[in-house]
Ligand binder design. Structure first.
Ligand code: AMP
Length: 454
C-alpha cells in the first residue's frame, strides 16, 4: 500500500533563533538608534549644503581591482579585511570597505574632470570590513565622508578639517576629540622615498624586538611601523627617523601654511609624527580625530590628501583630499556623553473606535488628520476600547479620539485629554479643527517640500 506522500515527506527542522541571528560584527539599527542616525545625517547634509558639496552614492560592490589598485595590496584593508567574492561569471567583486576609491572611480568614469573644479562630493554609506568585532569595530558600519577633487591649496585642507570639526561641534562632541595631524610627504625621490629608505635602515637588524606583523611591514609597508600599537614597537618607533626632517621644500611649505591656517581658524591640533594612516594613497596632509581620553584606538575619523590617486587609477594627475568618519563611534560617543537628539517621532493623537462603521470613520479621519500634519495611530486590530486605550498609553499621546456606537449614531466623537483625564464631545466634522486648536499650529508635521529637501 502506498503511503500518502505528504506523510513520508521529511520536514526540515524548524530553525532556532540562534541559527538565524545576524552574523558576528553586523547589527540591526533599531528605531531608537535611528533617531541618532537621522539627526547625524541631517547635520551632515546641512553642513555639506552650506559649503557646496553634493551627495554621491557609489555602488555597494565594485570590481575588486577598484580597491586593490587604490588602497594598495599591503594595506590591512586589502590584505585581510575585504569581503570579496566571485559572481557567476567568475569576476571578483568586493563590498566597499571605504569610500574614496569608489568616488575616484566615479570621478573618472563620469568625466568629472570636465566639471568646474574642484568637484566637492560627500557620501553617507554603509561599509564592510572583515575586522575583529569589538565595541566601535564592526563588519558593517556607516561612514560619512567628504572629498574635494581637482584643486590644491593648503586652504582646501584647512577648510575640510574645519568642516569635520564643525560637524562634531554641531553634534556636541568636538571637545571630546583632538585633531592629530602630520605630513607624510610626496613621492618625489628626495621626500618620502628617502625617508622610507632611512626608516628601513633604522629598523633593519632590530627584527627580534619587533612584533611579527611589523617584521612583514618592514618589507612591505614600512610607514606602518610607526603606528604599531605593540609595546616593543612603540619603543622602537620613538627613536625612528621622523618624516618632518625629510619633507621636500614644497611639502614643508605646504604643511607650514596649513598649520598657520588652522591656527588662524582657532583649530587646535597635535603634530603627530607617528600618524601615517593605513592606506597607500595618501600624500602630504594626513589627519585624524582621536578620542581625548583613549587616543588612537577610538579614532572617530580621519583622512588626508591623495594627490596621486586619480592618476594611479588611470586619470590625469589630479590633486585631491578627503576624510571619512565612523557614524557608530560618533553615536556611541554622543550616548556616553548623555547627549540626546530631538526627534519628530512622537505621536499626537490616538484614534479608538468600536464597530464597523466607527472603524470606517476612523480610517477616514486618520487620513485627514495626517494630511494636516497631525501624527496619529489607531489599534485597528484590537477589539475592546479598553485594549485599544492600553495601546494609546504606550504611545504616550496627549489626545485620544474615541468613536463608539453612540458617537457614530450622534455624528460626534470624544476628544480625551490624556494628561488631564478630561474629555469633550465634539461634532465629527469639527474634530480636525479642535485638534489643531489644542495641539497648536506650530506642532503640526505637515508635508512640506522644504522639510523633505535633500
Ligand atoms: P579609516 O579610514 O579606516 O580611518 O576609517 C575612518 C573611520 O571609520 C574610523 O575612524 C572609524 O570611526 C570608522 N571605522 C573604520 N572601521 C570601522 C569598523 N570596522 N567599525 C566601525 N567603525 C569603523
Amino acid at each position: 500500500m502506498s503511503k500518502n506522500p505528504k506523510e513520508t515527506e521529511e520536514k526540515e527542522p524548524k530553525p532556532t533563533l540562534k541559527d538565524l541571528r545576524t552574523p558576528k560584527g553586523v547589527h540591526d539599527i533599531l528605531p531608537d538608534d535611528h533617531e541618532f542616525y537621522t539627526y547625524l545625517k541631517k547635520v551632515i547634509r546641512h553642513r555639506a549644503r552650506q559649503s557646496g558639496y553634493r551627495r554621491i552614492t557609489t555602488p555597494t560592490f565594485e570590481f575588486t581591482d577598484v580597491f586593490k589598485r587604490s588602497i594598495g595590496d599591503t594595506s590591512d584593508i586589502v590584505s585581510k579585511e575585504m569581503y570579496s567574492f566571485e559572481d557567476r561569471k567568475g569576476r571578483s567583486l568586493t563590498l566597499k570597505p571605504e569610500g574614496t576609491a569608489g568616488v575616484v572611480r566615479s570621478y573618472l568614469q563620469h568625466n568629472m574632470q570636465t566639471w568646474p573644479q574642484p568637484v566637492e562630493l560627500y557620501y553617507i554609506e554603509p561599509h564592510f570590513r572583515y575586522d575583529r568585532p569589538q565595541k566601535g569595530r564592526y563588519r558593517q558600519f556607516w561612514q560619512f565622508g567628504f572629498e574635494v577633487l581637482g584643486e590644491t591649496d593648503p586652504a582646501i585642507d584647512a577648510q575640510i578639517i574645519q568642516l569635520f570639526k564643525v560637524i562634531l561641534e554641531d553634534l556636541g562632541v568636538a571637545d571630546l576629540f583632538t585633531l592629530q595631524i602630520n605630513s607624510i610627504g610626496c613621492m618625489n625621490k628626495n621626500c618620502r622615498p628617502h625617508f622610507i629608505e632611512d626608516l628601513r635602515n633604522y629598523y633593519m637588524g632590530k627584527e627580534r624586538s619587533m612584533c611579527e606583523e611589523c617584521q612583514t611591514r618592514l618589507e612591505k609597508n614600512p610607514l606602518r611601523l610607526l603606528d604599531c600599537k605593540e609595546e616593543d614597537c612603540i619603543i622602537l618607533a620613538k627613536l625612528a627617523p621622523q618624516m618632518k626632517d625629510y619633507l621636500c621644500e614644497e611639502c614643508k611649505e605646504f604643511h607650514e601654511e596649513l598649520l598657520k591656517l588652522l591656527e588662524g581658524l582657532g583649530i587646535e591640533y597635535v603634530e603627530n609624527q607617528k600618524l601615517v594612516r593605513g592606506l597607500d594613497y595618501y600624500t602630504k596632509t594626513v589627519f585624524e580625530f582621536w578620542s581625548a581620553s583613549t587616543g588612537a584606538q577610538n579614532a572617530i575619523g580621519g583622512g588626508g590628501r591623495y594627490d596621486g590617486l586619480v592618476e594611479k587609477m588611470g586619470g590625469q594627475p589630479t590633486p585631491a583630499i578627503g576624510f571619512a568618519a565612523g557614524m557608530e563611534r560618533i553615536i556611541d560617543t554622543m550616548k556616553e556623553a548623555g547627549i540626546t537628539v530631538p526627534t519628530k517621532d512622537d505621536i499626537h493623537v490616538f484614534v479608538a473606535q468600536l464597530g464597523f462603521t466607527a472603524k470606517q470613520k476612523a480610517l477616514k479621519l486618520m487620513n485627514e488628520l495626517r494630511n494636516v500634519g497631525i501624527k496619529c495611530v489607531g489599534a485597528l486590530g484590537k477589539g475592546a476600547i479598553k485594549n485599544q486605550l492600553r495601546v494609546a498609553d504606550r504611545f504616550a499621546v496627549p489626545y485620544t479620539v474615541i468613536m463608539g456606537i453612540t458617537e457614530v449614531r450622534d455624528g460626534t466623537a470624544i476628544i480625551r485629554d490624556m494628561k488631564r483625564g478630561s474629555q469633550k464631545i465634539v461634532k465629527y466634522d469639527k474634530v480636525l479643527e479642535e485638534l489643531i486648536e489644542v495641539l497648536g499650529e506650530d506642532q503640526l508635521d505637515r508635508y512640506s517640500p522644504e522639510e523633505v529637501l535633500y
